[in-house]
Design a protein around this ligand. Sequence first.
Ligand code: HEC
Length: 182
Amino acid sequence: MKRIIWVITALSATVLVGCTNVPKPEVQKYSDGELSVPSNYKSWPKFLSDIQRADTKQVRDIYINPIGNTTKMGDAFPNGTISVMEIYKAREAADGTPLKGPDGKFVKGELLKIGVMGKGAGWGESAPPELRNGDWVYSMYLADAKTKAPDDTATCRACHLPLKDKDYIFRYDEYFQKRASY
Ligand code: HEC
């Protein structure tokens, strides 16, 4: 019996020592270009679909992960939010004008690029201070969702930067209005 107690004591001591040696799990920080396209994003809630961009002759679909989708109107998106935007070419007639479907909308052509925006505690610290968009970081990929697009992420930051009041999200109001109507 004594021996068993000794073994148990020795074991728990080892476990305790082991515990103190385990480093605290660090929450990983990402900077621009480091967030990949999440493989399951198509199963996420839609943020907005079929965005008609006449200026660039594109159609865009935006998804948001379930954490981001819990955000209440008027609040900033919580850390852990990821947004994925698919950018499609609008199909064109022979003369270069975008074709329109029976619903009057552009017809989706090939997928051109996939943009990713995500936020986490302290992630924005990696950005130059004058281009800091809160804690959001940016990446852009080609249609295969793996090859980096040549875009300079400073351009992402510069264009999204004025949207500070909307947590740097262009279609903030449209999203919450649409979500409220479901
Ligand atoms: C010239 C302005 C401009 C630039 C540059 C730009 N964006 Fe955006 N972005 C927009 C607009 C406008 C929207 C809203 C959808 C739309 O209208 O096309 C948007 C939406 C997004 C969204 C969906 C979430 C949201 O904010 O609505 C992501 C993700 C995104 N952009 C990523 C990027 C990344 C990554 C880059 C850089 C590689 C980038 N953007 C560069 C204007 C820009």
